[in-house]
Design a protein around this ligand. Structure first.
Ligand code: FEO
Length: 399
C-alpha cells in the first residue's frame, strides 16, 4: 500500500525508508536505517524528481502510481546517478515508457555505464541555466560537481522556490513518518548523524561544496528537498552555517576529541587520566576507543572539534592498525587546521608517535603540540607528569 506525504499542493514525497539496511555504501554502519527521497510534481505536466534504491522498489512504484492518480508520467529529472537514487530508474521507465529523462551529459554518460544506451531516445539534455517549463512551474538547473559525484546537478523550481539539493543537506536515518525538519528536534536528535553523513561522504570536497553554496546564496529559497533526510522549510541559516563550517574545515567547537587504540588497557589508562585532567581544567572532551567505535563516527567528530589527541600503541614497529586507518581516513577527507597531541606506547621500542606525526604532517595546516607523551608499557610517575603537562598545554592552546 502507498505511503506518501504532501510537501505542498503540487509536490508529493514518494520516497521510502529502508530500516533493514545496516551498512550504507558498503562501509557506513546505520543504526536507524536510511531514507531515499523522491518527489512527484503535478502541473500541466507531471515530473518525478529522482528515484530510490532498489531495496525500496516495490514501495516506490506503489507511491508513484498513487501520486500520479492515473496520469501519465511526463518527465523524470535525474540529479545524481549513484545507485541509491538511480538503481530503480530503468524499472520505473519500464512502467512509464512515455516519460522523458531530464539530465546533463555527465549523467547520461553514467546512465550508459549503469544501464547501456537503450534509454537514449527518452533523454532531454540540459545544462546549467537551462529551464524546463511544465505549466505554472519552471525548473532551472545548477551543476554541482563532486557534491557528491562529478555528474551531480541540483534544480530550482521558480514558482514555489524549491531547491532540489541532491545529496546536500541529507542525513543518515529513516524518516519514520516525519517529512519536514521541524517535525523533529533536528539539532538535538539528528545533527550528529547529519554531520557523520556529510563529513564521510562529501567531506573531501569542501571547495566544491563552497562553490555550490555560493551559487545557492543568490536564490530565494522556501524549501530544500534533499535526496536523504528531511525537507527543510525553516532554520536554513542554521544548517547552512554547519555546511559552511564543515566545508571550510572550520571546527564547530573548541574542544578535544581523544581517539585511541589500546591493546591491554594501558594507553586507555593514559587517555582516561588526560581526559580527567582536561575536564578539571574546564575543557570539553569526547573520548573514543577505536576498537569499539566505527571510524566514521571519529572522522565526524574530528570535523567537529578544534583539538585531537591521538593515542596509539606501537604494533609491528608501526602504528596500531585501527589508528593507522583513522589517520588514512582523515587524510582522505582532507581534514585540516586542527591542533594535534600525540601519546604513544611501546614496551621495548616506541615508534607510533614519530609515525603518527609523519601522517599528521601530510594534512594541511595542522599544529602538533610539542608536549607529546611516551609510555613504556604502563603509565609511571614520569609519564603521568607528562600527561599533566599535556593537559596544561592543550588548555593553553584553547585560550
Ligand atoms: Fe545518496 Fe551520493 O548518493
Amino acid at each position: 500500500m502507498h505511503c506518501v506525504r504532501k510537501v505542498n499542493e503540487s509536490l508529493t514525497w514518494v520516497g521510502a525508508d529502508d530500516r533493514k539496511i545496516h551498512i550504507f555504501e558498503g562501509i557506513y554502519p546505520l543504526k536507524r536505517g536510511m531514507s531515499y527521497n523522491s518527489y512527484l510534481l503535478k502541473d500541466e505536466k507531471t515530473v518525478l524528481l529522482d528515484t530510490v534504491d532498489k531495496a525500496c522498489l516495490e514501495t516506490f512504484l506503489e507511491n508513484v502510481e498513487f501520486a500520479l492518480a492515473g496520469r501519465k508520467l511526463d518527465y523524470v529529472i535525474v540529479h545524481h546517478m549513484e545507485p541509491d537514487h538511480s538503481s530503480t530508474l530503468k524499472t520505473l521507465l519500464d512502467y512509464h515508457k512515455e516519460a522523458t529523462i531530464v539530465c546533463n551529459q555527465k549523467i547520461l554518460n553514467m546512465i550508459h555505464q549503469f544501464f547501456g544506451k537503450d534509454l537514449d531516445a527518452k533523454v532531454h539534455l540540459v545544462n546549467e541555466g537551462d529551464t524546463l517549463n511544465v505549466g505554472e512551474h519552471t525548473f532551472t538547473f545548477v551543476n554541482a560537481p563532486m557534491v557528491h559525484w562529478p555528474e551531480v546537478m541540483m534544480s530550482y523550481e521558480m514558482k514555489d522556490k524549491i531547491l532540489f539539493s541532491a545529496d546536500a543537506f541529507g542525513t543518515f536515518g529513516a524518516l519514520n513518518g516525519h517529512l519536514f525538519n521541524d517535525e523533529v528536534d533536528f539539532f538535538n536528535d539528528y545533527l550528529d548523524e547529519a554531520r557523520r553523513y556529510y563529513t564521510n561522504i562529501v567531506g573531501k570536497y569542501g571547495p566544491q561544496v563552497q562553490a555550490v553554496l555560493k551559487k545557492a546564496s543568490g536564490l530565494d529559497i522556501k524549501l530544500i528537498c534533499p535526496l536523504h533526510g528531511f525537507v527543510w522549510r525553516n532554520d536554513f541559516a542554521k544548517i547552512i552555517e554547519k555546511y559552511n563550517l564543515w566545508s571550510t574545515y572550520t571546527p564547530e567547537e573548541k574542544g578535544v576529541l581523544i581517539a585511541y587504540s589500546s591493546v591491554y588497557g594501558h594507553t586507555e589508562n593514559a587517555m582516561n587520566i588526560l581526559a580527567c585532567q582536561l575536564v578539571k581544567r574546564g575543557v570539553k572532551v569526547d573520548v573514543y576507543d577505536l576498537s569499539l567505535t566505527d571510524v566514521s563516527v571519529v572522522v565526524s567528530n574530528a570535523f567537529k572539534y578544534s583539538h585531537i589527541v591521538l593515542g596509539s600503541t606501537t604494533y609491528n614497529m608501526g602504528i596500531f592498525l585501527l589508528m593507522h586507518n583513522l589517520l588514512h581516513d582523515l587524510q582522505a577527507h582532507n581534514l585540516s587546521s586542527r591542533t594535534i597531541a600525540i601519546v604513544e606506547n611501546g614496551s621495548w621500542a616506541p615508534q607510533a608517535g614519530k609515525l603518527m606525526k609523519e601522517e599528521v604532517n601530510k594534512m594541511k595546516n595542522m599544529t602538533i603540540l610539542e608536549e607529546d607523551v611516551t609510555i613504556k608499557s604502563s603509565v609511571d610517575e614520569d609519564s603521568y607528569l607528562k600527561l599533566i603537562a599535556l593537559a596544561d598545554a592543550i588548555k593553553k592552546s584553547l585560550e
